[in-house]
Design a protein around this ligand. Structure first.
Ligand SMILES: Cc1cc2nc3c(=O)[nH]c(=O)nc-3n(C[C@H](O)[C@H](O)[C@H](O)COP(=O)(O)OP(=O)(O)OC[C@H]3O[C@@H](n4cnc5c(N)ncnc54)[C@H](O)[C@@H]3O)c2cc1C
Length: 493
């Protein structure tokens, strides 16, 4: 059959277009001029940033990918501080602390799921990691407070902005100035590439395009899954009982790294261990909001009380998060909610920037005295005054607290003094479970063997905190394991 000239031209043109289209749809291969030490970091929260800086300090090139239009993740939201034992700040404040004491507190909090190797990595690297932050990024960590579950004051923050923001933004800013770092935002990593049992790169999607990049190693630092509420999500799979609770986490926290690692048969551990934080703020303008602001642990650290609708205390406010949450849930189940968190003027002064922020957001209200608070909320004034008077006696040592409270800070409440009050509820906050790594941040397979070329750090890893994470230990985990992963990946061949 003979074709006319026009028909032939049309045929050739169609063929060329089809070839171009198929080519365009193929994942792009980027030849990044991969050197022996080019490493990909997936996730730009504190763990990813710590890993990236450490890699560069070891002479490596870094490609950092984050699925969101800006870096920072949940790390930017952290409001209480970062733990360290035996730090300069502690010694200048006269706080005596040791790695052994921090290890003992962490082990006790982790319960029967305590893993000594991971706990040791966390605690023994803590002071050095804090001084790494201060000396490399000029971060102020000079204030130290005591949080629930700790035997001494070891949670550090500075005088300026909240600690998560202060730390994470300092690392972000510096990374921007380093030629060895390339950062691509809105780059959603969807696949790990592998050849001969070794991780060789990733595939990511950005603006509807898929791109493959090669590297000598990949560090997963994608955070946890405390916002993975999808019907097929990790909360539904491991803890369906929590689906009804709100979360403090950003919408990026959907367990992507867990799925990426599992696709290469990495082992996931403790996945049903999820921390419900006792105090998420209920915003009176949007009571049912699924995402809630966290009422920082530091509020209880500076002496906040928790009272029920009858104006009565029901727990040692300085107890561990899991125990405070349990007590609150019992109160709510008994119909004695809402639960309110109360601060006096001394505590307000100590946590001034936090309180100003919460008041400006309408999450905390300032009352001139207890009677004003009682009138506004319906809490019986007489019962509240009695609660405050009793607490004063426990704080002064005149009587023993029936709930076992021994750490009192700003413990004297006058019924005629200022009260700051917030409505608080338990919130899904942190996922203790995650990718199984060894104490050098190498990802382990189901057989317990390191998967060559694959590392993980931050909330995405599992097992560091066992059954319960202590306040301040997650920022620390991000820095410690980020640095361990960076150092180990820099050596990867
Ligand atoms: C409100 C709040 C307050 C907190 N306060 C404290 C505190 O005071 N002290 C403390 O120790 N801990 C605190 N925590 C916990 C702590 O902030 C986090 O656990 C920690 O910051 C996690 O760091 P990360 O780097 O592992 O993850 P994140 O900081 O969450 O970062 C993960 C990053 O990975 C990116 N990512 C995810 N999936 C992909 C993908 N597929 N491709 C590319 N990028 C991806 C995300 O966009 C994100 O930027 C708090 C948490 C919250 C929510």
């Amino acid at each position: 059959m003979a074709f006319s000239r026009n028909q032939s031209l049309f045929f050739i043109l169609t063929l060329v277009l089809a070839v171009l289209l198929v080519n365009w749809l193929q994942p792009k291969e980027i030849d990044m001029n991969v050197s022996q030490t080019r490493t990909i970091v997936v996730g730009g929260g504190l763990a990813g940033l710590s890993a990236a800086h450490t890699l560069i300090q070891h002479g490596a090139q870094v490609l950092l990918l984050d699925k969101k239009p800006s870096l920072g993740g949940n790390s930017m939201k952290a409001s209480s501080g970062i733990n360290g034992a035996g730090t300069e700040a502690q010694s200048s404040l006269g706080v005596s602390d040791t790695v052994e004491a921090f290890t003992a507190d962490t082990t006790s909090s982790a319960g029967q799921l305590a893993r000594p190797d991971l706990i040791h990595a966390l605690t023994s690297n803590s002071a050095e990691s804090l001084s790494w932050l201060s000396s490399n990024f000029s971060i102020d960590l000079s204030l130290v407070s005591l949080l629930g579950g700790h035997s001494v004051a070891r949670t550090h923050r500075g005088r300026g902005p909240p600690p998560g923001f202060a730390i994470t933004s300092a690392l972000m800013k510096k990374l921007d100035t380093l030629p060895a770092a390339e950062v691509i935002k809105s780059a959603h990593v969807v696949r790990l590439l592998e050849a001969n049992g070794r991780v060789t790169g990733v595939e990511y999607e950005t603006n509807g395009e898929t791109t493959s990049v090669q590297a000598n190693a990949v560090i997963i630092a994608t955070g946890g899954y405390a916002a993975d509420y999808a019907p097929s999500g990790l909360l539904a799979k491991y803890r369906p009982d929590l689906l009804g609770l709100p979360t403090t986490n950003g919408d990026h926290a959907t367990g992507d790294g867990h799925r990426l690692a599992s696709s290469l048969h990495a082992s996931l551990i403790d996945m049903d261990e999820i921390q419900v934080h006792p105090t998420g703020f209920v915003d009176p303008k949007d009571e049912g909001a699924k995402t809630k602001f966290l009422a920082a642990e530091a509020l209880r650290g500076v002496g906040a009380l928790l009272v029920d609708a009858d104006g009565k205390r029901f727990v040692d406010e300085m107890e561990r998060r899991d125990n405070v949450t349990k007590a609150m849930q019992e109160i709510i189940e008994q119909g004695k909610g809402p639960i309110r968190l109360l601060l006096n003027a001394d505590a307000e002064k100590e946590l001034k920037s936090h309180c100003d922020f919460y008041v400006s957001k309408g999450l905390m209200k300032r009352y001139e005295n207890a009677a004003d608070f009682a009138k506004d909320t319906g809490v019986p004034n007489a019962a509240l005054i009695q609660t405050l008077a009793e607490h004063n006696k426990y704080a002064s040592g005149e009587l023993k607290d029936p709930f076992g409270k021994i750490h009192f800070h700003n413990g004297q409440f006058s019924p005629d003094g200022v009260l700051l009050a917030s409505w608080v509820v338990p919130v899904v906050h942190y996922t203790m479970g995650g990718i199984h790594t060894d104490a050098s941040a190498r990802v382990l397979s189901a057989e317990g063997k390191p998967i060559p070329g694959l590392y993980a750090a931050g909330e995405v890893i599992g097992g560091v905190h066992g059954k319960n994470r202590l306040g301040g230990s997650s920022l620390l985990e991000a820095v410690v394991f980020g640095r361990l992963a960076g150092a180990a990946a820099a050596e990867a061949k």
